[in-house]
Design a protein around this ligand. Structure first.
Ligand SMILES: Cc1cc2nc3c(=O)[nH]c(=O)nc-3n(C[C@H](O)[C@H](O)[C@H](O)COP(=O)(O)OP(=O)(O)OC[C@H]3O[C@@H](n4cnc5c(N)ncnc54)[C@H](O)[C@@H]3O)c2cc1C
Length: 529
């Protein structure tokens, strides 16, 4: 292939939050970008987090001050640039007499957190007496309770949409995005990246010439490097984290809670999320298959037991769990030591020993993806020996953050949805909800209510297929419309959505049946048995 002009300046492997952020930044700076993911976008770690945009209070214990500082600054930017997706969340930390972390340590942590978020847009912390927290959260364990700390962080209910909007912005700036394309080989010539080969969704092997590659495949980073001409040392040693999702329970808190587990002293979250409660996480070294990660029985029992301990009237059992999810943190590989002590800082590794023009991303959080992307593209400019314009993502709104107020007015005037339906559409699509209403207005068929409650309209299904490159029913339900994370996983709507998608894609009956079966299998994979 030598001698041909490369079709792309950079191929980004992986459309998780980091790959999507890097693609957006690189495309906005004028690079010709190709993004490849072996599944849909946001189908790896970025979809299984605690969904917090946070400074990481716990990282203070490990002296990761620069990471907390960076995270708190990025939190502020995301609140502005993705205002429709990132909301403030109030978090309480109860302090018990038997806990490892006493009231003074917690207070010190709170003060440091406030100081590191100077210039912040959220209120500072508060220390609450025993009586006050008791009166505000009467369902909480009383035994040994000394008081509580309260502070603000932020939550991204639909992290999938944050990733998607980065990809939409990348695409508007000229990037090409190909999902269901699995990278199989990195080729080099004279020690420099020259091309990569991937299998497309029909199983065809495709080769593209590229000048550089960013390996942003999260926990799969080492697997990608194995396809390069030279063998690399191991970079990623992931730890597994699981969450369970339950409905409102007896004595449930009004706020999010950050609680020290009695079993191992590890803090975990109980977070109001998507009209339910998201409870997690665990942190366990993981060496098994990265493609089939499930919450284990022991992890589920641990999260149930710890929640029941702090909220004694909850009496939660496995039968109360709507669904669970698990994933692997792509952390730097460490042979030994406690999982919680492995650094959460990201590393942007220039793999010049393997092939010039190859960069791998190790670690990175949802919260800091934008800064990671900026640093990666700065490094890429040096690797490509190109003078690129400065980063533009610090102050540029994501696509759905534009025109939210106009969309709200247009929705109210349209009369297509109930108030709850309108609220939901804005929460998922931000200002782009107006485009769904415009599409519906163009065709009476698309104005039909789905599910009969006026909560959804048919135009939404067509919109995510035409505008958001959804290609399977699971893409539509779980990573575009987000109803896959309703208490019933949106199951009552599968048949209607399938019929609408089948008409749009011109699927045969057989293909539609196969798609429905695959969707049900996917939804079942989140169930706890
Ligand atoms: C339990 C848990 C809780 C967390 N909570 C938080 C939190 O509250 N806040 C926060 O900021 N961070 C949190 N994190 C961290 C954060 O979620 C991750 O670090 C981040 O999402 C990693 O994103 P990524 O893009 O690097 O990887 P991923 O999201 O895993 O993306 C990698 C992509 O690469 C693709 N890929 C793999 N192999 C190939 C191939 N051969 N060809 C093409 N594509 C391929 C995959 O399909 C995948 O889509 C949490 C992580 C975990 C596990």
């Amino acid at each position: 292939m030598s001698g041909e002009v490369p079709a792309y300046d950079v191929a980004v492997i992986g459309a998780g939050v980091n790959g999507a952020g890097i693609a957006r930044d690189a495309a906005l700076r004028g690079l010709r970008v190709l993004v490849l993911d072996k599944n849909d976008m946001c189908s790896g770690t970025s979809a299984v987090s605690s969904r917090l945009i946070h400074g990481g209070l716990r990282y203070l214990e490990y002296g990761e001050i620069p990471l907390v500082y960076e995270s708190l600054h990025e939190r502020r930017r995301l609140r502005r640039n993705a205002a429709h997706l990132v909301e403030p969340i109030r978090i309480s930390i109860p302090v018990f007499s038997a806990a490892r972390r006493g009231p003074w340590l917690i207070r010190l942590g709170m003060i440091a957190y406030d100081l590191l978020s100077l210039g912040k847009s959220m209120p500072g912390h508060e220390m609450l007496s025993r009586d006050r927290i008791r009166s505000e959260e009467p369902g909480m364990l009383d035994d040994g309770l000394l008081g509580a700390a309260r502070y603000f962080d932020a939550q991204v209910t639909y992290a999938e949409r944050l990733v998607l909007e980065n990809l939409l912005a990348a695409r508007s700036a000229g990037a090409e995005i190909r999902t269901y394309c699995e990278v199989r080989e990195i080729r080099a010539c004279d020690g420099r990246v020259e091309a990569l080969a991937y299998d497309d969704s029909d199983g065809n092997r495709i080769e593209v010439k590229v000048q550089s590659i960013v390996n942003a495949s999260g926990p799969w980073v080492d697997e990608i490097l194995k396809t390069a001409p030279r063998v690399a040392k191991r970079f990623v040693g992931g730890t597994k984290g699981s969450h369970i999702v339950v409905g409102r329970f007896n004595g449930a808190p009004g706020d999010a809670f950050y609680v020290e587990a009695a079993a191992d002293g590890r803090p975990f979250f109980i977070i109001p999320w998507n009209d339910q409660f998201l409870i997690g996480t665990t942190d366990i070294r993981y060496e098994e298959s990265l493609d089939h990660i499930r919450a284990s029985r022991a992890e589920v029992d641990y999260l149930l037991a710890e929640t029941n301990r702090v909220f004694p009237q909850a009496n939660l059992t496995r039968a109360d769990i709507h669904f669970a999810y698990a994933g692997v943190r792509p952390l730097p590989h460490r042979e030994a030591g406690p999982e919680s002590a492995i650094t959460r800082r990201h590393i942007i590794k220039v793999n010049r020993n393997i092939a010039k023009g190859l960069i791998s991303i190790i670690g990175g959080k949802l919260t800091t993806y934008r800064n990671l992307a900026e640093q990666t593209v700065d490094k890429l400019a040096r690797v490509l020996r190109r003078k690129l314009p400065g980063c533009r993502t610090r102050d540029t709104l994501l696509p759905g953050a534009w025109g939210i107020e106009q969309a709200r007015e247009q929705l109210a005037a349209s009369g297509f949805l109930t108030p709850a339906g309108r609220k939901r559409l804005l929460a998922v699509y931000g200002g782009r909800a107006a485009d769904i209403i415009t599409l519906a207005a163009s065709d009476p068929e698309l104005q039909q209510a789905m599910g009969g409650e006026g909560r959804l309209i048919a135009a939404e299904v067509v919109f995510v297929i035409r505008e958001e490159f959804a290609s399977t029913l699971a893409d539509i339900v779980f990573r575009r419309m987000m109803i896959g994370f309703d208490a019933d996983q949106g199951r009552s709507l599968y048949a209607e959505i399938a019929a609408r998608a089948a008409a749009e894609f011109a699927w045969t009956n057989e293909k539609t049946e196969r798609e429905i079966a695959a969707l049900i299998e996917y939804a079942d994979s989140f169930r706890v048995t």
